[in-house]
Design a protein around this ligand. Structure first.
Ligand SMILES: CC(C)(COP(=O)(O)OP(=O)(O)OC[C@H]1O[C@@H](n2cnc3c(N)ncnc32)[C@H](O)[C@@H]1OP(=O)(O)O)[C@@H](O)C(=O)NCCC(=O)NCCS
Length: 172
């Protein structure tokens, strides 16, 4: 499926579903920017490398972002969203492509987990209809200790990464 650039009114980017030919690129991105394919959140390890999702591309076909999702009770969860170049509308087109597909598939809500340091993501998601649904104090400390030692101690803006925040957007 091609979501189409017109979907969110941003003609700079195309969005399409991720396919087998994108997996090597995705694996490289996960290794370079996400500490590998395994994402530690919500008390589990989630393999992002095989997840369903969307890729954003330039008109020339260069991949510039990815959103991965999986089904959860009551809706879809965003496993990972990465706009390779921030502040250019890439995250928005990926998010809206995902929300549109989730709605069409009958999902009631979109959820995701982010971390206490990621103020840019908290701003981004709340500006796009998400609400804070839960705080899990110390969840990143536990994930680092028990599941993924490679999670850095210091995150965005020099903030110590300790906690998970759950955000939720109703799709009705
Ligand atoms: C969070 C993220 C997905 C947002 O995607 P994006 O492509 O930058 O988002 P957009 O360009 O569509 O919109 C970003 C908004 O934040 C602003 N913004 C983005 N980057 C910014 C920056 N570096 N400084 C200030 N403002 C910024 C934009 O002006 C825009 O403002 P608006 O809400 O008023 O429209 C992206 O920054 C990213 O990939 N970050 C790294 C990975 C990450 O943290 N993922 C989310 C984890 S859950």
């Amino acid at each position: 499926m091609t979501a189409g650039a017109g979907m969110t009114g941003d003609a700079r980017w195309r969005v399409r579903t991720i396919g087998p030919a994108d997996r090597a690129w995705l694996r490289g991105l996960l290794d370079a920017r996400w500490g590998g394919p395994w994402q530690a959140y919500g008390g589990e390890l989630v393999d992002a490398s095989g997840a369903a999702g969307f890729v954003a591309l330039t008109a020339a076909g260069t991949k510039v972002g990815v959103l991965l999702h999986r089904p959860v009770a009551g809706g879809w969860e965003i496993v990972l969203l990465d706009a390779v170049h921030s502040g250019k509308g890439i995250g928005t087109v990926l998010l809206e492509a995902c929300a549109g597909s989730a709605r069409s598939a009958g999902a009631a809500r979109l959820t995701l987990v982010t971390t206490n340091d990621n103020l840019r993501a908290l701003r981004f998601y709340q500006r796009r209809g998400f609400r804070l649904a839960a705080l899990r104090p110390g969840a990143v400390d536990a994930a680092r200790r028990e599941r993924k030692p490679a999670i850095p101690e210091i995150g965005e803006d020099g903030i110590t990464i300790r906690d998970e925040l759950v955000l939720e957007r109703e799709l009705g």
